[in-house]
Design a protein around this ligand. Structure first.
Ligand code: PHE
Length: 497
């Protein structure tokens, strides 16, 4: 019979109990297999020969998602809210008190929806309920259910339906993984095979120099290759998807004739903001939005620039502008902070090269006080760039951005009027993604209030785009945190860029 050794081995094992279906585990433990892939491969060949039938069952496994793990550690949002409600006197159970409690703003909104789902009503601003017992029972069922998943994935079929509905509609609590299990069963023809015909023959899978030297290959059989046999995907090393994306962006800009620049994370408020004509009273400059450093608290800033910015901010200097008025505070400009945008790199580049035309870009990390959620993180990246030359213009800016995004795979780009204190005109940049326009960043032509103190009279096209948003589109993610969690399985499955 023209069967390979693996096929013979599999058939022989199954003939010891010819009537029943065999699972992969049973076949593996029956005789010595090097690899489970061999069982699957042999099964496929035997099926093609009509000796056995394969049955595939698909099933879903449910496990805890990142939010689910957090809920097991800290308690479900609704349970924490319920504890809070029970701890208040009846008259203090109000939405107003809830809003001024320790709960985050991002929790109270969805939290109220969850409480309503539990039968808690809002009556003239107060939270009221009738059956305390019922709510407590439901909540302990929910917590118990989540904890039961902490010891590993569970088959979806074994989970209570309403519980599954409750949690699967809430982002990040559960994760689902589809798998297939196979069983093999002999056909009538397979059962009639004579075991004595199934002794293993020497089959050559790989030809070695020894076989050629001794000529032993002459009496052996060659194993045919089965290029369609199922095989595991080798988990070799790969670059982190963010790193690959950064490298792709880098090569697109280099190919477009730009050079790369870099800068420090720590900057003075002067370079990060005052040089960009951001008024010293701007709300984004407060500690709620910007990380100021405790050590050092101030940085040296060249007096020359402090003087120029002071004049421009106070009365416009020779820029044709009236400035912001008021008194410019040089001490404020010396404060040390973590850069809030990479525009600080491009202005510093112009200050250092005021009479050299340049096209430069940089991809760098920036820092802002943000509450972490699906679309925000306190650290993220920007793709920044400028064209600084005598003929720089708005059409040049727009066509540069269009070229960049189409090279990245997004041919539809549009700009809309916008406002930044440092550009005029200013434009928001959107790309078309599955029929929707998504905002990716800001751009414009630097105002004279910015360029004059830097020592140039040429126009400057400037832009600063978000990197993470683009990464999420390209990688098909719906949560920015997925980019940075060290979840090797998920990282391995992300598309190669
Ligand atoms: N710095 C702006 C931001 O962080 C983007 C921008 C850069 C806008 C350059 C105009 C010009 O959103």
């Amino acid at each position: 019979m023209g069967l390979s050794n693996n096929e013979r081995r599999m058939l022989k094992a199954m003939l010891s109990e010819p009537e029943r279906p065999w699972t992969l585990q049973e076949l593996l433990s029956e005789s010595n297999w090097e690899d489970q892939v061999h069982v699957a491969g042999a099964g496929k060949a035997l099926e093609a020969a009509g000796l056995l039938a394969v049955e595939e069952t698909r099933f879903r496994q449910v496990s805890l998602g990142p939010e689910g793990i957090r809920a097991v550690e800290n308690g479900l949002l609704e349970s924490r809210l319920w504890e809070w409600i029970k701890a208040q006197d009846e008259s203090d159970r109000t939405i107003k008190n809830l809003n001024s409690s320790d709960f985050e703003k991002s929790e109270t909104g969805p939290g109220i929806g969850l409480l309503k789902g539990l039968g808690i009503r809002i009556e003239s601003g107060g939270l009221v309920f009738s059956d305390e017992r019922e709510i407590s029972d439901e909540l302990s069922n929910r917590s118990e259910f989540l904890s039961s998943l902490s010891s590993g994935p569970v088959d979806e079929g074994s989970i209570d339906g309403p519980m599954l509905d409750q949690f699967s509609s809430r982002g990040g609590l559960l994760e689902f993984e589809d798998s297939i299990s196979r069983t093999w069963c002999l056909t009538v023809e397979g059962r009639s095979v004579d075991v004595s015909e199934l002794s293993e023959v020497k089959m050559i899978g790989e030809l070695t120099p020894e076989m050629l030297q001794t000529g032993s290959w002459k009496d052996a059989e060659f194993k045919p290759f089965d290029v369609s046999a199922p095989a595991p995907t080798p988990a070799g090393g790969r670059r982190h998807p963010m790193q690959s994306l950064i490298e792709r962006i880098r090569s697109v800009f280099l190919e477009m004739g730009f050079s790369e620049i870099e800068g420090d994370y720590v900057q003075s408020a002067g370079w990060n903001m005052d040089s960009l004509f951001i008024p010293q009273s701007h709300p984004a400059r407060t500690m709620q939005d910007t990380f100021y450093l405790g050590n050092p608290t101030v940085l040296d800033v060249d007096e020359h620039y402090l003087d120029l910015w002071a004049r421009v901010h106070e009365h416009g200097h020779d820029t044709g502008s009236k400035g912001w008025g008021g008194a410019f505070d040089k001490e404020e400009a010396k404060k040390a902070l973590l850069r809030t945008h990479t525009t600080v790199n491009t202005v510093r580049h112009i200050a250092e090269n005021p009479d050299i035309p340049s096209r430069v870009f940089g991809i760098g990390r920036v820092f802002r006080q943000e509450t972490i959620d699906r679309t925000h993180m306190p650290e993220f990246h920007q793709i920044e760039g400028i064209i600084h030359e005598p003929d720089a213009s708005l059409p040049m800016l727009v066509s540069t951005l269009k070229t960049f995004y189409s090279k990245m795979g997004f041919p539809d780009v549009r700009v809309r009027p916008a406002y930044f204190p440092y550009t005029e005109p200013s434009a928001e940049v959107d790309i078309l993604w599955r029929g929707e326009w998504l905002e990716l960043g800001g751009s414009g032509i630097f105002r004279p209030e910015v360029t004059e103190p830097l020592g140039t009279e040429w126009p400057v096209c400037a832009w600063g785009m978000g990197l993470e948003r683009l990464a999420m589109l390209i990688l098909g993610l719906d949560d920015i945190r997925q980019l940075y969690q060290p979840d090797l399985e998920r990282l391995r499955r992300m598309p190669l860029l």
